[in-house]
Design a protein around this ligand. Structure first.
Ligand code: GZL
Length: 311
């Protein structure tokens, strides 16, 4: 669906500001909702004429939206690629139309980095490493059934998405330090709560002695909690849970001890995105890569900051 942007097309929006076409992934998670809000709120406060589309997690819809922005001759295109591959053709069309492109949140695997001006987003490999480090450091308490081995089930993000690929890589590289830790099952829950619940239900049937759940985002972790409770187990106690994002619902579960550790992934990219867009449209140099600031939370830290969280 496409919305917003009553401004004129071409250089300079309706009020002389710039016109941006933004092709969003979808509305699959609390993180995505917060990310969309940050972009839309900042566009409004910065006088950016924003044309916005939601691709319902389908690459073909994002490509369609980017093509429509090219037709409308927007000043700049920004998007979060739902998967890493398959973007070169449409990005080449934008380049030929002389419309600069900014990648936000997720990146593309294109060899030709002249197809975009800059990539603003988190370091997902590092997020996975932080999750793996925590498990290695807390291995003793994570061997819940005390059988000497730590059996992990992994709820992966959208297949082919940069955060799913990189969070898996980062986590795996760190737990390799302790051979008592083993990922016994791993499957995509597509970053949604329902997906996480369904996959966890199958894991609880197929795997005996699960000690830890590593979910690539809070929403799948919250879905897993529903399945764990339905199986008569206490999440955070009978099964340790590690997630990524630190959205409100995840932090609430963490403060209650139903999740044990959360790696933050900052969705509030609006201000940096609009700043980069203005620089790019004005022909100013921008760094090829801008990494977002973010941290980690244990139960006590979550309880401390919960009421100040913006998302
Ligand atoms: C990460 C972002 C991911 C979030 C999920 O930057 O792409 O997509 O971790 C969201 O919650 O669905």
């Amino acid at each position: 669906s496409e919305s917003g942007g009553s401004g004129s097309s071409g250089s300079g929006g309706s009020d002389g500001g710039l016109t941006m076409g933004f092709a969003q992934v979808g509305a699959e998670s609390g993180w995505r909702t917060a990310n969309t809000k940050s972009i839309q709120d900042t566009a409004k406060s910065e006088g950016v004429d924003l044309k916005f589309s939601d691709a319902q997690q389908k690459q073909e819809n994002q490509i369609k939206a980017i093509r429509s922005y090219i037709q409308q001759k927007v000043d700049v295109i920004a998007f979060s690629p739902v998967v890493e591959t398959g973007w070169d053709t449409v990005l080449l069309e934008a380049k030929r139309a002389k419309i600069p492109v900014i990648l936000t949140d997720r990146s593309v695997d294109s060899k030709d980095d002249s197809l975009y001006e800059t990539f603003l987003g988190s370091d997902f490999v590092q997020e996975g490493e932080k999750a793996g480090d925590w498990l290695v450091e807390n291995a003793d308490e994570s061997d819940v059934d005390g059988d000497g081995s730590i059996k992990v089930v992994e709820l992966e993000g959208t297949t082919g998405a940069a955060p799913a690929i990189d969070r898996k890589e980062g986590f795996g590289s760190k737990i390799a330090a302790d051979d008592s830790i083993e990922v016994v099952a791993s499957q995509t829950g597509d970053f949604t709560r329902d997906g996480g619940k369904k996959v966890m239900e199958t894991f609880l049937k197929s795997e005996k002695g699960i000690d830890v759940v590593y979910a690539h985002n809070d929403d799948m972790g919250l879905g897993a909690i529903e399945a764990i409770k339905a199986a008569g187990m206490k999440p955070g106690t009978d099964v340790k849970i590690i997630t990524v994002d630190a959205v409100k619902d995840g932090m609430t579960a963490l403060s209650k001890g139903e999740i044990n550790f959360i790696v933050e992934c900052n969705p509030l990219l609006g201000p940096q995105l609009m700043d980069l867009a203005k620089k790019v449209v004005d022909g100013e140099e921008v760094p090829k890569r801008v990494v977002t600031e973010e941290t980690t939370f244990d139960q006590e830290q979550a309880a401390e900051v919960l009421d100040q969280r913006q998302y």
